[in-house]
Ligand binder design. Sequence first.
Ligand code: ZN
Length: 151
Amino acid sequence: MALRNLRFNGDELLRKKSKEVTTIENKIKILLDDMLETMYENDGVGLAAPQVGVLKRVVTIDVDDGNVYRMINPKIISSSGEQTDQEGCLSVPEFRGDVTRPMNVTAVYTDENGKEVTIVAEGLLARCICHEIDHLEGVLFIDRAVNIEKK
Ligand code: ZN
């Protein structure tokens, strides 16, 4: 595993749409491992591939619920409810803001072994999935946040 350099707000790459992964080659598995290492090193709970300069639909999440999520081509298929809480982002390190997200999200993704997984998430995990999928569309939390404040 290796640490990758983070991209920060203002970097045009963060505003681009990421491409679907069509085959899970070894380089995707290496990317996932590197993303996890980079995420943990920076005390993040989620990371999307564009944040390390790769425009592929790949996400890692660990919200301390006992699971480490390695998501390829994640997609939200349904959502319900609402939650508003402070959010931050490793690519916008100096700011925080309140973002309203669904309370419950059902998402599908492919895992690193090529298996289709359906995940029913709520609370922080649901928030995190929404935040990371936003990254794959070139959207940052500051586009949605109110009460943005400097940390
Ligand atoms: Zn982020």
